[in-house]
Design a protein around this ligand. Structure first.
Ligand SMILES: C[S@@+](CC[C@H](N)C(=O)[O-])C[C@H]1O[C@@H](n2cnc3c(N)ncnc32)[C@H](O)[C@@H]1O
Length: 182
């Protein structure tokens, strides 16, 4: 976790990017919030009427959601080589923010169900000028998300931007649809 953003990164409100695109997830469809932290985006989707699977290596901050029929909580180390607990699963909304582990990026993209939406936002190269994360392993390269979905998902929106809030940072984000029909 060294050099990674803090678990909450001081953010409890949903990211504007996720707010903007979460309404494009098929109504009532299943959502997965990967490396969810306290689950700010999964919680938003619960409010929007989606069942949500929350995934993180540390799920303590989700204790208040235990027992809900529309919630699944999976505590797992996503970086265990050769282990992927979601094989054969697909979700109508796949959300990842402030997290990157390149080896599983193609598997995350494969989780998007026909008609479903990927919403991904995290730090990008250039962020090292502002602080952590600065390790290239945790920073997207220019166009990396767009290239990662090329041939699989249709890009609705993509940007790499320098932002000032909640703190100066370079981020890249994408919203992309699986245009296959079920
Ligand atoms: C910066 S936080 C982002 C949390 C949330 N996505 C958000 O934006 O509010 C990164 C999250 O990744 C989780 N994480 C880090 N390494 C992980 C791993 N190997 N497997 C699963 N989750 C991991 C951390 O526990 C932390 O909650």
């Amino acid at each position: 976790m060294t050099d990674r953003p803090e678990p909450t990164h001081g953010q409890s409100e949903p990211s504007p990017w996720v707010l903007r695109f979460s309404g494009h997830i098929p109504a009532g469809g299943e959502v997965i919030d990967i490396a969810c932290g306290a689950g700010r985006h999964g919680r938003l989707c619960l409010e929007n009427g989606h069942p949500v699977t929350f995934v993180d290596i540390d799920t303590e901050r989700l204790d208040d959601l235990g027992g809900r029929s529309d919630v699944a909580i999976i505590e797992t180390d996503l970086e265990t080589e050769g282990f992927w607990p979601f094989a054969g699963h697909a979700y109508d909304g796949v959300i990842v923010t402030n997290y990157l582990w390149r080896p599983i990026l193609p598997k995350i993209i494969d989780l998007v169900a026909p008609g479903g939406l990927l919403i991904y936002e995290t730090f990008a190269a250039g962020n090292e000028a502002f602080g952590k994360p600065s390790n290239p392993d945790y920073l997207l390269q220019p166009d990396e998300l767009r290239e990662a979905v090329d041939g699989t998902l249709e890009v609705l929106a993509f940007e790499q931007v320098e932002t000032k809030t909640p703190k100066p940072a370079v981020i890249q984000h994408i919203a992309a649809r699986n245009t296959q029909t079920g």
